[in-house]
Design a binder for this molecule. Structure first.
Ligand SMILES: Cc1ncc(COP(=O)(O)O)c(C=O)c1O
Length: 352
């Protein structure tokens, strides 16, 4: 049964169609074309960073960032336990080893547990701004300075959280705050890193196109059509963030006194409205039967087959992922939609 209230839906209310039509009618459908630098410049400027490098996904953005920093076999990268697996996979793709750190109660990396995981092999700290909540970047930048490490921010879920690290990587998948359908972008202050990422994204071609490739690189390019959508989305980003702030407030107001429901700390930007609930799975079935789609929280990395830890540590991330989920969250969600959804949550707990 299709959901009457899907968990996410893209918001394409700006000039997306106009720009894509222009790209297609001009024949600029590959990764050559004016919307790519236009989007890169606009998105980097939004973040107060001078350089943007657009690519094919959030996962490839992370991979480019790590490769540009020289991360490879023998290196270790600090990664949160509580994240989407792409964060850890990007490290594995480079040949390096992800070293996991448990999360705090706000789901972000527990900065008090990072230092104990730093070794002489550690090269990068890779925090994630989970569900739009900014990780404690002051503490992370302090550790990076002390141990001479680089910082890559996984900002896949946090457009609007201003970066401070060496590189920040954003996803533009269709469920993200802004989208290109599929896509990603890295922003950095360092022109050398920007050049490296652009080089690696496009098969490490040399300027003379002599087909001599001096590095193992990738085809992680974004098309001009995707960039046309992404550029139109960037034009609306401030407004989208504002709309989402209202959505967050309405959910907070409607759910604050429901017994059995635990609200999560305020987000810096709203990607998904996350919460915790008693009898979560029964609640989610109740909502699904009434047309409301939800998603459970991420599973901790050391519970994943790729990173299974036989010691099975007693993780905060496991405890939180067992009863956490998120409600439909997208820019077009109306107050009426939210009333329907929250009334169903309240009804389940007999709080109607
Ligand atoms: C925290 C995080 N990192 C990375 C990614 C990967 O982004 P993409 O799906 O664009 O490859 C996601 C996507 O869902 C994510 O949530």
């Amino acid at each position: 049964m299709p959901y009457t209230h899907p968990v996410s839906r893209p918001w394409l209310a700006g000039r997306e169609l106009e720009y894509v039509t222009e790209a297609v009618s001009g024949g600029w459908i590959s990764s050559q074309g004016p919307y790519i630098p236009r989007f890169e410049e606009a998105f980097a400027a939004f973040n107060d960073y001078p350089h943007g490098v657009a690519c094919s996904s959030g996962t490839t953005a992370l991979t480019l960032a790590l490769r540009a920093l020289g991360v490879g076999p023998g290196d270790e990268v600090i990664v949160p336990e509580f994240t989407m697996i792409a964060t850890a996979w990007a490290v594995t793709y480079t040949g390096a080893t992800p070293v996991f750190v448990d999360c705090a109660d706000d789901l972000n990396i527990d900065v008090t547990r990072i230092e104990e995981k730093i070794t002489p092999r550690t090269k990068v700290i890779l925090p994630v701004h989970v569900y739009g909540r900014r990780a404690d970047m002051d503490a992370i930048m302090g550790l990076a300075y002390e141990y001479n490490l680089r910082v890559v921010e996984d900002s896949a879920e946090a457009h609007g959280v201003r970066p401070v690290g060496d590189i920040a990587c954003f996803s533009l998948f269709a469920n993200k705050i802004i989208t290109a359908g599929e896509g990603g972008i890295c922003v950095t202050r360092d022109p050398h890193l920007a050049e490296q990422m652009a080089h690696l994204r496009a098969m490490a071609f040399t300027r003379d196109h002599s087909f001599l490739h001096k590095k193992l690189a990738y085809n992680f390019r974004m098309t001009n059509m995707q960039a046309a959508v992404a550029y139109a989305q960037t034009e609306q980003l401030e407004e989208i963030l504002e709309t989402r702030r209202d959505i967050e407030k309405r959910y907070d107001d409607a759910l604050t006194d429901v017994p059995g429901v635990t609200l999560m700390p305020q987000r810096d930007v709203l990607w998904m409205y996350d919460l915790r609930a008693e009898c979560r799975d029964e609640l989610l079935t109740h909502l699904a039967d009434r047309g409301v789609e939800t998603r459970v929280f991420f599973k901790p990395m050391s519970r994943q087959p790729d990173y299974y830890d036989p010691a099975w540590p007693d993780l905060n991330a496991s405890r939180l992922s067992d009863d956490g989920f998120y409600l439909p969250t997208h820019t077009g969600l109306t107050a009426q939609d939210q009333e329907y959804i929250t009334d169903e949550v309240r009804a389940f707990y007999g709080a109607a």
